[in-house]
Design a protein around this ligand. Sequence first.
Ligand code: F6R
Length: 242
Amino acid sequence: MKVVKVKDYDEMSDMACSFLIEKIERLQDPVLGLATGSTPEGLYKRLIEKYNDRKVSFEKVSTFNLDEYVGVAKDDPHSYHYYMKDKFFQHIDISMDRVNVPSGMAEDLQLQCEEYEKRMVDAGQVDIQVLGIGVNGHIGFNEPGTSFFSRTHIVDLEESTRKANARYFDSIDDVPTQAITMGIETIMDSKEILLLVSGAEKGRALARLLNDESEITEEFPASILKRHERVTIIADWEALNG
Ligand code: F6R
């Protein structure tokens, strides 16, 4: 894992933006794996700015998002469909038929998981997967204890994850209890991974990831990234010293 140390959230977002633009320019049909949450918001803002300045086009880009809440409709402002459209897709020239976000409203959720996997294979797999990290070390919504062999699946969200995400809802009781997420093995199938870490509250998780090279355990999902050949972590001062 290559660790890039930056000053703060802005510098992390600038660097992540340059990193993705370089891939988009170099690849024939770039397939991006995308995350939601606070961490990549600055990245999406910068990519939109670059698009407005005609520095990048997303015409040939396909995307696969990591996850979505179960039972939340696409047009609900709490859904990750809505987040992605609102914060990124509607501002750029991406073709919406190349955009993939799992549906948490599918009648047959198991089938939806299998279809999502198939779509990724058909697209030639994710070229570069953007990840954030949970305070408990989750990646995607793969909570501690999730099998390293998991593919896209339905998960019960941990209390700590629901608490962390309650800021987007009126109260913690409104935070969904389940999500659909790419599995750990699905994430590991991406050709390259970009993990973004910002803020003191991520300090413990980041320290655990970086300080003990030998610890690879399902109790700390992000630890699997040590087995991937192409991982770049961009971390800011607060996360590195938090
Ligand atoms: C989001 C996702 C999650 C977040 C993580 C960090 O699609 O899969 O793993 O990346 O929970 O969230 P933030 O960035 O809000 O701290």
